[in-house]
Design a protein around this ligand. Structure first.
Ligand SMILES: NC(=O)c1ccc[n+]([C@@H]2O[C@H](COP(=O)([O-])OP(=O)(O)OC[C@H]3O[C@@H](n4cnc5c(N)ncnc54)[C@H](OP(=O)(O)O)[C@@H]3O)[C@@H](O)[C@H]2O)c1
Length: 208
């Protein structure tokens, strides 16, 4: 079992906090102020204090602030496996249901985060599904696929175990560069939601 720091107290942070705690992990939700969080009866702390003693973290803050936050926590993140749920969504309105990103096609937020905290072991995960389906998704089409990427093979393996325990199958796409392909999946995932308020879906990779 892991000691988990949830860095971000929004929908994603709270959902994964509850899912991981239900599996027996020791979970602290971190926020800017260490505030109490409605509906969460577990430990809360500031981002930095939540990381004390953690071997696993979930990064679940607004994408526009992720790089600066990670840089400020770089020393506490040393050696920690970080499930990076963030997306580089710009502060701009979607166009016909298509989100605007502040990154370009040949880079990713994950790579920026890895550069900002070189000792952290980032793995992109949970970025392209809604919080309502992150834990034990029950869909008629079967077990959905979580696409992951990150530079540290051991971290990807740890992440895969955690993700499978939360009810997913995992497609490991290799190094952090693959996040250039995974992060835009969030844009695709959001189009039915933003156009038709249809958010109840997840991706599945089919093979013969
Ligand atoms: N919502 C979803 O279903 C979903 C699905 C997949 C991926 N994601 C991604 O997951 C991440 C979290 O999404 P969310 O919907 O849970 O929350 P969100 O509304 O995108 O972000 C809320 C979090 O960002 C933090 N934050 C905001 N401004 C900050 C600042 N200036 N400095 C430090 N932290 C700041 C907040 O800190 P406090 O804790 O202090 O309030 C809070 O924890 C996002 O990057 C999003 O793109 C979301």
């Amino acid at each position: 079992m892991s000691t988990v720091a949830i860095l971000g107290s929004g929908l994603v942070g709270q959902t994964l906090a509850a899912g991981l705690r239900d599996l027996g992990h020791t979970v602290t939700i971190g926020s800017r102020t260490g505030k109490e969080i409605d509906g969460w009866d577990g430990a809360t702390a500031t981002f930095a204090d939540a990381l004390s003693g953690a071997d696993l973290a979930v990064l679940s803050v607004k994408g526009t602030v992720a790089e600066e936050l990670v840089a400020s926590l770089a020393s506490q993140l040393d050696g920690v496996v970080v499930l990076d749920t963030t997306n580089p969504i710009a502060d701009a309105a979607p166009t016909d249901g298509v989100l605007a990103y502040f990154t370009g096609p040949n880079e990713s937020l994950l790579e920026r985060l890895q550069a900002a905290a070189p000792g952290a072991r980032f793995v992109k995960a949970f970025n392209s599904v809604g919080s309502g389906l992150m834990v034990k998704p029950a869909l008629p089409g079967g077990t959905p696929t979580m696409f992951i990427a990150g530079n540290d093979e051991g971290a990807r393996s740890t992440a895969a175990e955690v993700i499978v325990s939360l009810g997913w199958e995992v497609e490991d796409l290799g190094s952090a560069v693959a996040a250039r392909a995974i992060e835009p999946l969030c844009m695709l995932w959001c189009i039915p939601g933003l156009r038709d308020n249809d958010w109840a879906h997840a991706f599945k990779l089919l093979r013969p």
